[in-house]
Design a protein around this ligand. Structure first.
Ligand SMILES: Nc1ncnc2c1ncn2[C@@H]1O[C@H](COP(=O)(O)OP(=O)(O)OP(=O)(O)O)[C@@H](O)[C@H]1O
Length: 281
């Protein structure tokens, strides 16, 4: 775990304390405490409808707690006004299952979109950043393809590159593997872990794919009936007698499918005249 010197947050980038939240008469959270440690991959699991997506929305400030506190990077999300929330959300990458790509934009422009929206970077720098993010997900060679020309797994990886475009501090994944075949799922699983470590991110994953998620998680929190019922490393949960623990088994093997879509060398794309993104210059 990466610990920041002088860190006010006890190594936790997200601190949830005594969280209470209801939807009408339905109580979703009744005293939830979770610390999401900086630099780690944290999985939030639990039965369907237990409030996992709701928890991500609360962390992102899209919903407000009825009681309790949620701090992100030491800041109480509930106290933030519109502008503060906007600034915070720029530092939080989100990859939602429904987070579709813009169909009228190619991969390059999809990833460039948040950079164009939220920064005043030069076109040349945007081009570099987009190529690096696409490279990171193995799809630099697919920069000119439109979403309709991508497989489901490729589309998810482009969406991941887009979620990482602004170099977020935290990335939240809501069901990132849903609808993926086992090979695409294996690639995504590995990619989330690799990018977390390589880019110094903190990742929060909500997923029904218990085995795959546990494979890359440093810590797992199991939520049920408004409370955290289990917390620990996948190994610790394996040693627990909870019924959930039985699900933390075999790792998903990687397959022979190449990770990178065919492309010229990175050097050529970055410093040469390969024509990537020139329409934007
Ligand atoms: N906009 C809404 N208005 C009212 N109730 C809602 C709303 N969104 C979600 N809920 C309810 O809140 C509860 C928690 O929903 P949430 O989507 O967070 O669960 P989840 O654990 O992510 O479920 P799943 O695993 O099936 O995706 C559910 O009972 C759901 O019906």
């Amino acid at each position: 775990m990466a610990t920041v010197t002088g860190d006010r947050t006890n190594g936790c980038v997200v601190e949830i304390e005594n969280l209470h939240f209801s939807r009408g008469t339905r109580r979703i959270f009744a005293g939830v405490d979770i610390g999401i440690r900086r630099g780690e991959v944290t999985a939030i699991m639990g039965p369907s409808g237990t409030g996992k997506t709701t928890l991500l929305r609360l962390i992102g400030g899209q919903l407000r707690p009825d009681a309790g506190r949620i701090r992100v990077d030491g800041v109480d999300v509930d106290t933030l006004k519109r502008r503060g929330l906007y600034q915070l959300r720029k530092r939080m990458g989100m990859l939602f299952q429904s987070g579709a790509l813009f169909t009228h934009l190619n991969c390059f422009e999809n990833v460039a979109f948040p950079l164009r929206e939220h920064t005043r970077l030069s076109q040349a720098l945007i081009r570099h950043l987009v190529l690096i993010k696409l490279e990171a997900v193995g799809l630099r060679g697919a920069h000119a393809l439109y979403p309709a020309e991508l497989s489901g797994g490729m589309a998810r990886r482009v969406a991941l590159a887009r979620a990482l475009a602004l170099d977020p501090m935290v990335v939240m994944y809501d069901e990132p593997f849903s609808g993926q075949d086992p090979i695409s799922m294996g690639i995504l699983v590995r990619l989330i872990r690799l990018l977390n470590d390589a880019l110094g991110l903190t990742s929060i994953i909500v997923s029904h794919d218990v085995l795959e998620t546990a494979e890359i998680a440093d810590r797992v929190h199991v939520i049920s009936a408004g409370k955290v019922v289990e917390s620990g490393s996948p190994q610790e949960l394996r040693a627990s007698s909870s019924e959930w623990v039985q699900q933390f088994l075999n790792a998903l093997p990687d397959g022979p499918v190449p990770f990178h879509y065919p492309a010229p060398s990175l050097e050529e794309d970055l410093f040469g005249n390969s024509g990537v993104g020139v329409s934007a210059l």
